[in-house]
Design a protein around this ligand. Structure first.
Ligand code: HEC
Length: 102
C-alpha cells in the first residue's frame, strides 16, 4: 500500500516536471520583446492570437525570416530561436490563450 502511494507520487512529480510550460518558454525566450497584452518591441500575444492560427504562429517562430512578408511586415528583427517541438507547441498554446484578453 505504502509503496503504491510513493510510486504514484513519484510518477506525478515526473509527469509535471516533464511537461513544458508555455509560461516558462515565454519567460525564457520571448519576454524581452513581447508582453502578453501590452505592446513591447514586438506585438502583444493578445493581438497575435486574435488574427493567427496555431500553424501560423508556429511557422513564424520557426522561421521569422521566411514568414514576415506574408504577415505584412516590411522587415524582420525577431530573433531566430531554436525551440524543441514541445516548447514550440506549449508557447503557441500559451499565445492563443490570450485570445480576447485586453
Ligand atoms: C529580439 C526580440 C524578439 C524576441 C526575442 C521574440 N520576438 Fe517575436 N517578434 C518580434 C518582433 C519585432 C516582431 C514583429 C515582426 C518582426 O520583426 O519579425 C515579432 C513577431 C512575432 C510573431 C508574429 C506576429 C504576428 O503578426 O502575428 C510571433 C508569432 C512571435 N513574434 C512570437 C514570438 C515568440 C513565441 C517568441 C519567444 C519564443 C518571440 N516571438 C521572441 C520580436 C521578438
Amino acid at each position: 500500500m505504502k509503496k503504491t502511494v510513493l510510486l504514484s507520487l513519484l510518477l506525478t512529480t515526473l509527469l509535471f516536471a516533464n511537461k513544458t510550460s508555455g509560461e516558462k518558454v515565454f519567460r525564457d525566450y520571448c519576454w524581452g520583446c513581447h508582453h502578453q497584452t501590452a505592446m513591447a518591441f514586438g506585438p502583444p500575444f493578445s493581438s497575435i492570437a486574435a488574427k493567427r492560427s496555431k500553424a501560423e504562429i508556429m511557422a513564424y517562430i520557426i522561421s521569422p525570416k521566411s514568414m514576415y512578408k506574408k504577415f505584412g511586415y516590411k522587415r524582420s528583427v525577431m530573433t531566430q530561436l531554436q525551440l524543441s517541438n514541445d516548447e514550440l507547441d506549449a508557447i503557441s498554446d500559451y499565445i492563443l490563450s490570450y485570445k480576447g484578453k485586453k
